[in-house]
Design a protein around this ligand. Sequence first.
Ligand SMILES: *[C@@H]1O[C@H](CO)[C@@H](O)[C@H](O)[C@H]1NC(C)=O
Ligand SMILES: *[C@@H]1O[C@H](CO)[C@@H](O)[C@H](O)[C@H]1NC(C)=O
Ligand SMILES: *[C@@H]1O[C@H](CO)[C@@H](O)[C@H](O)[C@H]1NC(C)=O
Ligand SMILES: [Zn+2]
Length: 259
Amino acid sequence: MTTLLVVLLCLCASLFPTLSTAKQSPVHPVGSGAEIDLENDPVSADIRAHWMRRAISTLSDLQSTCPFAPFGAVIVNHTVTEPGEGELVCIGVNAVQMDGNPTLHGEVAAINNCTSILTDPAGKYQLSGPDALKAFSDLSLYTTAEACPMCSSAILYGAFREYIYSTPIHGPNSLLAHGWPQIDLPSKEIFARSLGREVRTRIVPQVLANETEGLFVWQFGDGACPASCVKEQDERGWCVEGEKQEVPTGKKASPGREL
Ligand SMILES: *[C@@H]1O[C@H](CO)[C@@H](O)[C@H](O)[C@H]1NC(C)=O
Ligand SMILES: *[C@@H]1O[C@H](CO)[C@@H](O)[C@H](O)[C@H]1NC(C)=O
Ligand SMILES: *[C@@H]1O[C@H](CO)[C@@H](O)[C@H](O)[C@H]1NC(C)=O
Ligand SMILES: [Zn+2]
């Protein structure tokens, strides 16, 4: 019992080395929760749009063309050929239902996938655990919707170089506006409230939100199905794969399904 306690304490101390030096750390380091002004984004709007569209296409790659939970993410190395297009490291989609794991939001799924790829002994990178962890600080995570507090925290702990989201949690045309159950806490605030840890991740908000919003409008609202999906003619009224056709409006999806 005592041994267990000592082991746990040591583990905690090594996991949180910054705690012991918290007194010397700036409370809100410069840049914490900073958003990139899109006018001054070092990466071009075309390249941002390219990778956000790739995040959208992960849904049809790994899930379906009209997934209930259309949360997809890609992780990209923009430092490789900067200011070129960048290089894809891994992709991920919300796999909460598929895998029966409540932590597998798109962003966490992508991070898990990147860790597997970066540390694969037979793979392209063959990094050790500590080196894989460090590698994230070169990388940019694109996600179809603003990260929830769990995923924002994971992005913060990964010390990603950038985090780029499309549909926001709050505000006009947001997840909340379309009826999605959400913790109403923006990533920016999670980052800004981080103490004793340097926050280096730059946030690039609402990239291509005009193209992701349509993915989120039918589950809890009356919005149309995405292209190449149709509304099921039953009580559930979900969008399912099929040819586009005229559908009656006014049907609400039952909000019983966990995301
Ligand atoms: C990202 O690019 C930089 C610069 O070329 C390189 O040093 C780093 O290893 C790359 N990281 C990954 C995970 O590919
Ligand atoms: C992990 O990322 C790779 C590379 O993008 C992709 O081929 C693969 O399908 C992804 N696996 C999962 C489980 O998402
Ligand atoms: C969405 O907006 C971007 C510019 O921000 C534009 O390039 C793109 O064509 C728009 N997409 C659609 C489907 O209108
Ligand atoms: Zn999340």
